[in-house]
Write a protein that binds this ligand. Structure first.
Ligand SMILES: [Zn+2]
Length: 257
């Protein structure tokens, strides 16, 4: 199987163990591994075909477990941390101990721990403090976005990890684009101005623009934000809830080597 050739500035396409993913070129420099996986190259079947990471969508749990095992091989992680995501602004700090948690963002300074978020249309946002060796993964759907889960995650980096704003790199992954993301007027107007639009009486929201707005608002430099701007609904290599309804969730994440 081959990925359709998609030239993306600042990102490369790679394959490992039959699974396909995108990687920010810049991450190499900082001894981190960062992955935006596609749906291709896993073991799930039917609508969840094939690299699905959600136990909550009706997939065979055994297949999902096998996908996690494959992920561990690809990332060479000692441990994989994901959360029960609930469209909240709860940020979980993994300090090497602790039980499975719920929430929509993870921060860690642990080595060889892959922290990941699961998405199908929502925006995955990966953060790296390039000086202080702290990483974060954020799940930003519209609810998390308007609650500013990204800004909340960044403020925890400042307060608890002594991160400096100029040291934060932000990588955003595949998500539903503004043209495809019709929302109600009530939802649209909760987005920052300039991050939603109106066309023929319909409202559309941009998860990407809004999260870039919040990142900058928290002090991240525009030049340190890198976006893999591919639409999940328009590209069949991704799961898309809006397109397929019954579908899986991809994983995006980062790990210190
Ligand atoms: Zn689109």
């Amino acid at each position: 199987m081959h990925l359709p050739f998609l030239f993306m500035k600042d990102f490369t396409e790679l394959e490992s163990q039959g699974s396909f993913y995108f990687k920010p070129v810049l991450a190499e420099r900082y001894n981190v591994s960062c992955f935006f996986f596609t749906r291709l190259g896993g073991l799930s079947k039917g609508p969840f075909s094939s690299f699905n990471f959600s136990f909550q969508v009706g997939d065979n749990p055994e297949d999902v477990r096998k996908n996690f095992t494959r992920l561990k091989k690809i990332t060479k992680a000692y441990k994989i941390i994901t959360l029960d995501q609930i469209h909240s602004d709860n940020v979980f700090i993994y300090d090497g101990r602790g039980k499975r948690e719920w929430g929509d963002a993870i921060i860690t300074a642990q080595r060889r721990v892959f922290i990941g978020v699961k998405t199908a249309d929502c925006l995955p946002v990966i953060l790296l403090d390039k000086k202080n060796n702290v990483i974060a993964a954020v799940h930003a759907g519209w609810r998390g976005t308007v609650k500013n889960i990204l800004g909340k995650t960044i403020s925890i980096l400042y307060q608890k990890f002594n991160t400096r704003s100029e040291d934060i790199l932000v990588f955003t992954g595949p998500h539903i684009c503004e043209n495809c993301y019709e929302v109600s007027e009530e939802i649209a107007v909760r987005f920052p101005s300039g991050c939603f639009s109106k066309k023929d009486g319909k409202f559309y929201a941009s998860l990407l623009k809004a999260n870039i707005f919040f990142a900058k608002d928290s002090g991240v430099l525009a030049s340190n934000i890198y976006s893999l701007n591919l639409c999940t609904k328009e590209n069949e290599i991704f799961f898309s809830y809006r397109r397929d309804k019954e579908t899986g969730r991809m994983i995006s994440g980062i790990m210190f080597n």
